[in-house]
Design a protein around this ligand. Structure first.
Ligand code: BGC
Length: 268
């Protein structure tokens, strides 16, 4: 399995990338960050990803590349689009990136990447059972991790709850800013949200990520939950670390499966 991989995190405002040591979870290069092109259209984003990759040093021929994106990603297609152009919906995005950058990639949802990073190297390391990672930002991203394995594409930010058809519009960090809510008023909304997740999933751990998680002391004490709740270890780099790590582990798995096939054929 590769010990180095590139992670590229595509967001509504910036596209970031770095070379990662997937054993330790450390960045092995500077983080390159370019603004997301206005409108967030596919060809423009692919071009910016090319630019980011070309600036990441030490990109070897076989270095796995992981890319994460704010959308449901199913069989390489983006099935939704958050804070990027609607042209992504239904698009064979993985192929588009692979053609654009001229190499294979591992392509996943951004919150899934962040959750995987926490499970591998951060607040969820060595935790058994069900961990639910949520990222509180422009929306609410979510990831389900069971015994260290990612169950992809949980879209728990979009639950209908308390008369709100899309609860992330009501309880994300953007909602707090937009409505100028106090910590107390915001925590009331979060309380409803996490208590509901508790009821649905009986998780063993909640991890809260996103930039605002550095202020966890201002709102965690206002929550009354049965489940342990902890702040994420990584904020800005979680997506990069997670998708790099998924790319390296996925490549390792693929090579192992290929090797096993080869042995089976020789023995047949
Ligand atoms: C999207 C998710 C994404 C999250 C964080 C939500 O609006 O539906 O796919 O993970 O925002 O970017």
């Amino acid at each position: 399995m590769s010990t180095e991989a590139i992670g590229i995190d595509i967001g509504g405002t910036g596209i970031k990338g770095a070379l990662v040591d997937v054993d330790s979870g450390e960045l092995l290069s500077n983080r390159i960050k370019l603004p997301t092109p206005k409108g967030g259209r596919p060809d423009d984003i692919v071009q910016t990803v090319q630019q980011v990759i070309s600036q990441v040093p030490k990109l070897g021929e076989g270095t796995p590349v992981g890319v994460c994106f704010p959308a449901v990603v199913q069989h390489g297609r983006t099935m939704s689009a958050a804070n990027v152009s609607d042209e992504w919906i239904g698009l064979a995005a993985e192929d588009l990136f692979e053609k654009g950058i001229g190499r294979d990639i591992t392509f996943v949802n951004d919150a899934d990447a962040a959750g995987y990073a926490e499970a591998q190297f951060g607040a969820g390391k060595d935790r058994r059972g069900l961990t639910i990672m949520t990222t509180l930002g422009t929306g609410i991203g979510s990831a389900l991790i069971y015994d260290g394995r990612l169950i992809p594409n949980a879209e728990l930010g979009h639950l209908e709850l308390d008369g709100h058809p899309d609860y992330e519009r009501h309880a994300s960090y953007a909602a707090m800013e937009r409505e100028d809510l106090s910590w107390k008023a915001w925590a009331k909304r979060l309380q409803k949200y996490y208590a509901y997740l508790e009821k649905l999933f009986s998780p063993d751990l909640f991890i809260v990520g996103g930039g605002v998680s550095k202020h966890y002391q201002d709102f965690f004490p206002l929550l009354d939950l049965k489940t342990e709740i902890v702040p994420a270890k990584f904020r800005n780099n979680a997506g990069i670390l997670g998708c790099a790590s998924l790319a390296a582990h996925g490549a390792g798995l693929r090579h192992r499966v290929e090797a096993e096939h080869a042995v089976a054929k020789t023995n047949a």
